[in-house]
Design a protein around this ligand. Structure first.
Ligand code: RIB
Ligand code: CA
Length: 311
């Protein structure tokens, strides 16, 4: 399965990248960085740091858009720390950043690969994906599927009462993506909030006794404090790894093909994913909206795959 990971690392993005690079079923054609959790200069650097943590300095990492299509960038240092990867101490990257712009890499790759053979896995704001669709509308029909982390319905928002962060940061980009006609799978907060890294699950990472296991445990130790304070939860939701897990084991998830529209005009509900879960409209069913997952199965998969990294 050929994939492009579009990402704003972010500790949970990092764990998603590590899961993907440990999974032989996936051919990661490239990693494209976007501004989101932290500015682009940090997300592209973090994508390279994580690739080297995975002992994959061969991975092509590209820098993309440094701001949303129309709006000023909103970041989330309060969750991810100033560097975006607070927690472990990881060395600065030695591997190069590719000189091509991420949007051009996405377009060129979709045009070069066989039609419907490449899956896009956005883990942050959808700015790069939307720009690619705007620059090259022909690629919409060539995308195998867009499997994205974003949105919320029953779980409501995490950055505002109405909106989840990735969609909130660039709602216009999300609107372009959800109206593109490409097949879409959405991993919203409704699903990711059921993928909680409890202390026992995090100890399983630390007990691996490897650089990856230790780094993942330290990322989680840092990252989970926000959700503990906000939700009184016993850990943190591992949002982005659910995207990779869905690609690997869709049987661990359940959802519905429904209509999803994006609020772009209201300031009160900007970025809300208006999900017609109960089918009360005749709007086109443009997304598989995931509502539930087998959390034990998800963590068994994640732990087994992360356990494949050498000491
Ligand atoms: O709302 C959660 C999403 O926002 C995750 O992708 C996290 O990394 C942040 O980007
Ligand atoms: Ca992310």
């Amino acid at each position: 399965m050929k994939i492009i990971i579009d990402t704003d690392p972010g500790q949970d993005d990092a764990i998603a990248i590590l899961l993907a690079l440990a999974s032989p079923e996936l051919d990661v054609l490239g990693i494209t960085a976007v501004a989101g959790n932290v500015p682009l200069a940090l997300t592209e650097k973090n994508a390279r740091i994580v690739s080297e943590l995975a002992a994959r300095p061969d991975i092509k990492v590209f820098a993309g858009c440094d701001a949303p299509l129309l709006r000023p960038l909103v970041t989330a240092e309060h969750v991810h720390g100033r560097t975006g990867l607070d927690g472990p101490t990881l060395p600065d990257p030695q591997m190069p950043l590719q000189s091509m712009h991420a949007v051009d890499f996405i377009v060129d790759t979709l045009r070069a690969e066989a039609p419907q053979s490449v899956t896009l896995c956005p883990l942050g704001p959808l700015t790069n994906i939307a720009m690619a669709l705007r620059k090259a509308p022909d690629i919409a029909a060539r995308i195998e599927r867009i499997v994205l982390m974003g949105g919320a319905y029953f779980e409501v928002g995490n950055i505002t009462p109405a909106a989840e962060f990735n969609i909130y940061v660039d709602p216009e980009a999300a609107e372009i993506v959800f109206r593109s006609g490409a097949p879409i799978t959405v991993l919203p907060l409704d699903a990711t909030h059921k993928a909680m890294v409890t202390p026992a699950r995090n100890e399983a990472f630390r007990a691996m006794g490897t650089r990856v296991g230790q780094a993942v445990a330290e990322m989680t130790d840092f990252y989970e404090r926000f959700d503990r304070e906000k939700y009184g939860a016993d850990g943190a939701p591992l949002h982005d790894p659910t995207v990779i897990a869905w690609c690997l084991r869709p049987d661990l998830f359940s959802g519905r093909e429904i209509n999803v529209e994006i609020e772009t005009r209201s300031e009160l509900t900007r970025g809300m994913t208006v999900a017609d879960w109960w089918g009360v409209t005749d709007r086109s069913r443009n997304a598989l909206f995931i509502g539930d997952l087998d959390a034990e199965g998800f963590f068994d998969l994640l732990t087994e795959r992360l356990g494949r990294y050498a000491a």
